[in-house]
Ligand binder design. Structure first.
Ligand code: ADP
Ligand code: MG
Length: 232
């Protein structure tokens, strides 16, 4: 690598002196220093209300009112205009929301292809190949033309994961992908996410409450050590 800073040395996430609060609300988050290696698998833990989803919003460029600096893959995301920030987010981040956010009127395959369809200059054939191999590895091929109402919770979660990954993002944010699933499905979903993000050489941040799964990850961050309520 000829650049002064080799790409592997640039962290996936670099936070310095971050302070954030919701307006007048009493919740606040203060992260003095956090660095997450590229291509690492990170579990994000902390009780309900400790700021895990807020941290994800900050990393996605959705919460501009904070102090300090946040760099994602070496980029000052908030230094960009909002429209440029959204297209950067779509291209580089794979978000797997807590409630799946699947659409009733699209088939499984159509949903998985959706993020890639909005990327300018992307070869759609590549996204289709990636989507089909993800569907295959996650046991969803037979359901590719089905709608979400005929799927189990575990299957819906796998569709949401495939949709988050088919456009080959560099950073994957999964908000409690195993909540409300039985223990065996939780383990399967976690392994799937870890395997697929390794395959993409992407960095994975996964929010989980299941501490028996933590040994699967390279790093565990506990958000509650950075959060607090008001001035009490
Ligand atoms: P977690 O994901 O760890 O459960 P959240 O990041 O969702 O926690 O929320 C952290 C805290 O911020 C909670 O006390 C929550 O009620 C509060 N909160 C979340 N979103 C907002 C908002 N938009 N406005 C005000 N307070 C919020
Ligand atoms: Mg949350």
């Amino acid at each position: 690598m000829e650049s002064a800073e080799s790409p592997t040395a640039t962290p996936a996430v670099r936070i310095e002196d971050l302070t954030f609060s919701y307006g007048e609300a009493r919740f606040r988050l203060a992260i003095p220093d956090l660095s997450l290696d590229k291509s690492s698998q990170v579990a994000v833990i902390g009780p309900s209300g400790s700021g895990k989803s807020t941290l994800f919003d900050l990393l996605m460029g959705l919460q501009p009112n904070f102090g300090g600096t946040i760099r994602i893959l070496g980029e000052d995301l908030y230094g960009r205009r909002e429209s440029a920030r959204s297209s950067w987010r779509l291209e580089n981040i794979g978000f797997i929301p807590q409630n799946f956010a699947l659409l009733d009127y699209l088939t499984v395959r159509e949903q998985v292809l959706m993020p890639g369809k909005f990327l300018r200059g992307r070869d759609l054939t590549k996204t289709e190949q990636k989507a089909d191999s993800l569907l295959e590895r996650s046991g969803l091929v037979e359901m590719a033309s089905s709608y979400q109402d005929s799927l189990s919770q575990g299957e819906r979660q796998r569709v949401a994961i495939c949709r988050g990954l088919a456009h080959a993002p560099r950073l994957i944010l999964a908000d409690e992908p195993t909540g409300n699933l039985d223990p065996e499905t939780q383990r399967n979903i976690t392994s799937m996410l870890i395997d697929e993000s390794r395959r993409l050489a992407a960095t994975l941040l996964m929010i989980t409450h299941d501490h028996s799964l933590l040994s699967e990850f390279d790093q565990v961050i506990d958000v509650s050590k950075w959060s607090g309520k008001g001035d009490a």
